[in-house]
Design a protein around this ligand. Structure first.
Ligand code: PGA
Length: 258
């Protein structure tokens, strides 16, 4: 990351894991290190809906912010099983993951719905973490930049320069998520720098320089320092390794040192 321009943001994406007692125990175990990181980096835990209340209470007054893993785009209404942005704000949530590749793959998420959710989140005062990334086939076909460029254009369509500064972009190559295959630091930097270039094309360089761009996809205690040393990688969206306090703490420390 470039510390002169941005602060690192380390976010756990717990996915469909942890009961409430387990959530409390995990958060208690990362609180001390997160407290040391205060002012230097941002630490976020994105948790299942049922853990939000526990997570908000456990982290009250600490340096850990709580995120959700999805949000609906309507204000309210007949959307069985969905949760609105206002409901999340009321529950004490500050961030929300939008357009994760698992939602795109298994739940019919498209760039159009990602764009609608992102706008609804911003309007309610949430900070979106918008996920983009190419599949293995797309990388092998040499169309990674085309795919990511289209996602950036469509997912962020109509979002103002002021709002984009409140938005985090997470570059998550689909082939690296949960597979143990990590993009090399150079591969990850190449795409994160490309994303910043696309943001500069849309919003201008100063605004693009203010946006946090995370890498996600098998980031862990061993590879985090190398990835975070790259100038356009401003943090991580971490799945598997965010479920173990000792691993997540190593990643927080790497970001503090980075
Ligand atoms: P992973 O997941 O770290 O387990 O690869 C990352 C993510 O899906 O956000």
């Amino acid at each position: 990351m470039n510390k002169n321009l941005r602060k690192a943001v380390i976010a756990g994406n717990w996915k469909m894991n942890k009961t409430r007692p387990e959530a409390k125990a995990l958060l208690e175990a990362i609180k001390p290190l997160a407290a040391n990181a205060e002012g230097k980096i941002e630490v976020i835990a994105c948790v299942p809906f049922t853990n939000i209340e526990t997570a908000v209470n456990t982290t009250a007054g600490s340096n850990i912010k709580i995120g959700a893993e999805n949000v609906h785009f309507a204000k309210s209404g007949a959307f069985t099983g969905e949760i609105s942005a206002d409901m999340l704000v009321e529950a004490g949530v500050e961030y929300v993951v939008i357009g994760h590749s698992e939602r795109r793959q298994y739940f019919g998420e498209t760039d159009v719905t990602v764009n609608k959710r992102t706008k609804a989140a911003l309007e309610a005062g949430l900070k979106p973490i918008v996920c983009v990334g190419e599949t293995k086939e797309q990388r092998e076909d040499g169309i990674t930049e085309g795919v990511i460029g289209a996602q950036i254009t469509l997912d962020l369509c109509g979002i103002s320069a002021e709002d984009i500064k409140k938005t985090i972009i997470a570059y998550e190559p689909v082939w690296a998520i949960g597979t143990g295959l990590t993009a090399t630091p150079d591969q990850a930097e190449e795409v994160c720098a490309f994303i910043r270039g696309e943001l500069a094309r849309i919003y201008g360089k100063d605004t693009a320089d203010a946006v946090t761009i995370q890498y996600g996809g098998s980031m862990n205690a061993k590879n985090a320092a190398e990835l975070l040393a790259k100038p356009d990688i401003d943090g991580g969206l971490i799945g598997g390794a965010s479920l173990k306090a000792e691993d997540f703490n190593v990643i927080i420390q790497a970001a503090v040192n980075g």
